[in-house]
Ligand binder design. Structure first.
Ligand code: GLC
Ligand code: CA
Length: 560
């Protein structure tokens, strides 16, 4: 088998993302850990999932919850140790699940030994591991004010594109790239199957670090480090190491466009197997959730279709609606009132697209946003920065409302396993607030409800993984301008699947495009099982449907 073939498993895989601190507490200290994960692996597998992405598990002061790494080759003592990690890895493998790690190499923690050395002065071996200047430029950071922090020990400023405690590594230094390769090998030798690479399109900065456009907060300087001058050379070096192992590489590409993503995903400079893009995450906001606007289905469809069409024969999509950086999708693109209906419609809308789906912990039971009473209760550095930096003239309740819409903390509340105290996450008071709706929304309850969101995810995944058409077929969208219906077709040879989702909160009459009317079809999936029978053969209606709120239907058809 050549390397590409070895990696091909990802095209038929479904990933589950674990943010360990809030997943399951196995040793009763209120913090999720790898003991808890170990016990829940059967559950993860029961979803039909065959790969896991772990958010950073490494020792970290948690200024950005694990994305500020103090040691790349160890496990945070809160989560266990390397032995426990190996146990989790072996068990996951024996259950038929691959495991990928988070690789965060744009920056380290300021408590990483490299930084502790580097700040000591200009003539130590780690001096050029970071980006030091006598004078800062006008770049902003994404998490905490401007991008430069003065270090009194060294007497210079260091660059941090994220929080102050996340100094950027100097990737132009070949020694730093050798360190990265050592980290890759460390985990690959242990048996992990690949990496999710954090803000990977930011690691090469323009020489001289010129000023950006001053009046544009945050993004005004991006042209000087997004897809920077040496990015593809550096990516090639890392790819070579991963190639030796057949390891999977998925890049996180904030603000990436299709055309720049394609340079990582295809052709001569191919260095990644998939990329996480962000276009479809702004259907209810501008750039970031903090700048809220009403949800528009048309925006969501347009973004999804753009990536489906443009990657079609050239590259492979990653599919997600949630992760640890975004508030809960059901609260954003769905309806908390129509909880089951919208949770299942959202699943339908994305799980049958072409690409590899990712499910974030709790998404499969429709966990929703938490609304804390005071900004002091929020832990996420970006929520605090936003609250204390913008809209200062608004009253407190309006500012807090913006945090309710936007905070990453909504994705970081403890997983809701059952209706007992602390939602079955722990028997000790958890490190963070449990969403008060845990008695209504939890795994134990949905496990036994045949039509629950949880069981619907399972059905979608089964259907998907058993159909070559749904895995490999082409994608075509219909009625793109329709404000409430997402309709697309997947087709391979003469078999096709028609995926129809209403995003309306009211019953909605809908007329199929002409080409489908009167066509013979089999209903293979519905989120309204009381209304229709799965497995039923029907003739698609001439006169149209009356779709129930958030109704989702998947039909299988044959072309002659
Ligand atoms: C990525 C991570 C996010 C983190 C940032 C800085 O976007 O997903 O959680 O804050 O990078 O590492
Ligand atoms: Ca624990």
């Amino acid at each position: 088998m050549d390397t590409e073939e070895k990696r091909n498993w990802y095209k038929t895989a479904v990933f589950y993302q674990i943010w360990v601190r809030s997943f399951a507490d196995g040793n009763g200290d209120g913090i999720g850990d790898l003991y808890g994960v170990y016990d829940k692996l059967e559950y993860v597998r029961s979803l039909g999932v065959n790969a896991i992405w772990f958010n950073p598990l490494y020792p970290s002061p948690n200024a950005d919850y694990g994305y500020d790494i103090a040691d790349y080759c160890d496990i945070h003592p809160d989560y266990g140790d390397l032995d426990q990690f190996r146990k989790v890895l072996d068990k996951a493998h024996s259950l038929g699940m691959k495991v990928i790690m988070d690789l965060v190499i744009n920056h380290t923690s300021d408590e990483h030994p490299w930084f502790i050395e580097s700040r000591k002065g200009k003539d130590n071996p780690y001096s050029d591991y970071y980006i030091w200047r006598d004078e800062p430029n006008n770049w902003d950071s994404f998490l905490e004010g401007n991008a430069w922090e003065y270090d009194p020990v060294r007497g210079q400023y260091y660059l941090h594109l994220f929080a102050k405690k996340q100094p950027d590594l100097n990737m132009d230094n070949p020694k730093v790239r050798e360190e990265v390769k050592k980290i890759l090998r460390f985990w690959l030798d242990m048996g992990v199957d690949g990496f999710r690479e954090d803000v990977i399109n930011f690691i090469s900065k323009r020489e001289g670090l010129p000023d950006g456009i001053g009046f544009l907060p945050m993004i005004g300087s991006m042209m000087h480090y997004k897809d920077g001058p040496h990015i593809h050379e550096y990516m090639k070096e890392f790819r070579e190491v991963c190639d030796e192992y057949g390891a999977l590489q998925i890049g996180e590409g904030p603000m990436t466009t299709v055309s720049s993503a394609l340079r990582y995903l295809s052709g001569q400079s191919k260095s990644l197997d998939m990329m996480f893009s962000f276009d479809h995450m702004t259907a209810d906001c501008l750039f970031t959730e903090y700048i809220h606007r009403p949800f528009k289905l048309v925006r969501l469809k347009k973004a999804l279709s753009k990536w489906q069409y443009k990657l079609a024969d050239k590259a492979w999509n990653s599919l997600y609606l949630e992760n640890h950086d975004h508030p809960r999708v059901l609260s954003r693109y769905g309806s908390e009132r129509l909880h089951r209906e919208s949770g299942t419609a959202l699943a339908t809308a994305y799980l049958f697209l072409r690409g590899t789906p990712f499910i974030y912990q709790g998404q499969e039971i429709g966990m929703t946003n938490i609304r804390l009473r005071s900004i002091d209760q929020y832990m996420d550095v970006s929520s605090r920065t936003n609250y204390y930096t913008y809209h200062l003239k608004d009253d407190e309740s309006r500012r807090l409302k913006r945090i309710h819409f936007s905070s990453r903390d909504s994705a970081r509340t403890p997983m809701q396993w059952d209706g007992t105290k602390y939602a079955g996450f722990s028997d000790h008071k958890p490190w963070f607030y449990v969403n008060p709706n845990y008695k209504r929304i939890n795994v134990a309850k949905q496990q036994f409800e045949p039509d629950s969101i949880l069981n619907y995810y399972r059905r979608c995944i089964t259907l998907r993984s058993q159909s070559r058409t749904l895995l490999y077929g082409s994608y075509r969208e219909y009625v793109p301008g329709h404000p409430y219906v997402y309709l697309y077709e997947r087709r391979l040879d003469n078999i096709s699947y028609l995926i129809l989702c209403s995003f309306a909160k009211e019953p909605l009459p809908f007329l199929l495009p002409k080409k489908f009317r009167h066509h013979k079809a089999e209903l293979v999936l519905t989120n309204y099982p009381s209304k229709h029978k799965e497995g039923e053969s029907i003739i698609l209606p001439e006169g149209g449907f009356l779709l129930s709120p958030y109704e989702a239907l998947v039909y299988r058809m044959k072309y002659r």
